[in-house]
Ligand binder design. Structure first.
Ligand SMILES: [Zn+2]
Length: 416
């Protein structure tokens, strides 16, 4: 049976707004999209009359850690044993899709939990977004990697990096994640310092390409960003200290930037931040302002910026993902339409799914969110669960009117 959504205002992800619009789904795909006068509406269909509602493409979060739960001290995440973490992660993916996020790219999980959760979603054992999983994060021997047991795969030299990439692919990874610089979230990490060398990252990129998969690089410092781009990665995660040369390289090579402002936002603003380890909040404070300024520079230079939240980091609960793009608007970095595109069309291209998702057009997968209020009027409407009327993934209705009783308590709703 075909599904018809009609009467709504369609914000289709291409930058267009269509009043009195119609979408027709056949199975998982969109077969018609446009103004009511221009679209053939089949009579034998399931109809949703969405007059006064607003429809946007399903949101895409390109940087989460699904097996981290927003605990104040990330070290405590490691103390939750894997079987329990897997179940929690699966529940949190339910929260994520109920919040309107229909696709996520996981940027590192302990012991391949992301791959297990992805399978559970694909087999429809649990409700969740479409998941791209990275497996473990490939990094060099360094002080920080012992902080999260099972999250990192240490590799030194070209041969070990090649093998590390092959291991992730063997386990079922959809993309590869490398550490081009140090990190904020572990005590030994120096965010600005370069880590894996160009030839080491290139060995990973090359293995991924052979399998049709892209590589994402964690990179704060300018030199590490340049190393990663030279090695052929598709996206830069964080990009905190990018200099002009690094930004130009991103533009020239069509690289995507995942800024993850949310990780700083929640760490610095959430209730109970006192529990956050001092080394972490100090580093977060240090980079927060720099990251905002650099994101502004990146946007003005024309870098492809896509929504990535680092969900799972302290107080950065799964299901609060939209706060990332709300920040872009609140900080004056983007207007509402561009912010929505950063979380839909641009994000889809950035994770290599631009031909399948990200816009609501004929031939694309039917992933969309129906909202009660217009996010172009106030972007904060995206953050309110009460504003989410329906969520479809691949033509299937995932949640009817959002019932907050369905919300799993593993992920508190957090401060409103
Ligand atoms: Zn991350």
């Amino acid at each position: 049976m075909l599904i018809v959504l009609k009467g709504m205002t369609l914000i289709d992800g291409t930058g267009q707004v269509i009043e009195n619009a119609v979408l027709v789904f056949d199975g998982e795909k969109i077969i018609e999209a446009g103004h009511a006068d221009e679209v053939h509406v089949p009579t034998e269909s399931i109809f949703y009359n969405l007059t006064d509602k607003f429809v946007i493409p399903g949101l895409i979060d390109t940087h989460i850690h699904l097996d981290m739960h927003g605990m104040a001290d990330t070290y405590h995440e490691s103390l939750v044993e894997d079987k329990l973490r897997t179940i929690r992660a699966a529940l949190e993916m339910g929260n994520t899709i109920r919040a309107g996020v229909t696709t996520v790219r996981n940027a590192g999980s302990a012991n391949y939990i992301d791959i297990a959760v992805k399978r559970a979603v694909d087999e429809e054992l649990v409700v969740g977004p479409r998941i791209l999983s990275s497996g473990k994060i490939i990094c060099m021997h360094s002080a920080g990697s012992g902080y999260f047991p099972g999250l990192y795969y240490e590799a030194d030299g070209v041969d070990e990096n090649r093998k590390a990439a092959r291991e992730q692919l063997k386990q079922g990874a959809d993309l590869l994640k490398v550490m081009a610089t140090g990190a904020i979230m572990n005590p030994g990490g120096v965010p600005g310092a370069s880590q894996l060398d160009v030839d080491e990252i290139h060995a990973v990129v090359k293995e991924g390409r052979k399998a049709g998969k892209h590589t994402a690089a964690h990179a704060h410092g300018a030199q590490g960003i340049k190393n990663a781009i030279e090695a052929g990665v598709r996206s830069i995660e964080h990009g905190t200290l990018a200099d002009d040369e690094a930004l130009s390289m991103m533009v020239d090579n069509d690289i995507f930037l995942t800024s993850t402002l949310s990780s700083n936002f929640w760490m610095l603003n959430a209730r109970g931040k006192i529990d956050i380890p001092q080394f972490m909040s100090e580093k977060a404070k240090e980079v927060s302002k720099i990251r905002q300024e650099n994101l502004h520079r990146a946007i003005s230079r024309g870098v492809n910026v896509m929504m990535g939240t680092d969900a799972g980091t302290p107080y950065n609960f799964h299901g609060k993902n939209a706060m990332e793009i709300i920040q872009y608007v609140k900080l004056g970095l983007m207007d509402e339409m561009d912010a929505i595109r950063a979380a839909t069309a641009t994000a889809a291209r950035g994770i290599g799914l631009g031909d399948r998702i990200g816009t609501l057009e004929k031939g694309k997968l039917a992933d969309c969110v129906v909202l009660r209020q217009n996010p172009l009027e106030d972007i904060e409407f995206l953050a309110s669960l009460g504003n989410i009327y329906l969520v479809f993934k691949g033509g299937a209705l995932i949640s009817g009117e959002v019932d907050t009783a369905q919300w799993s308590p593993v992920s508190p709703l957090g401060p409103e």
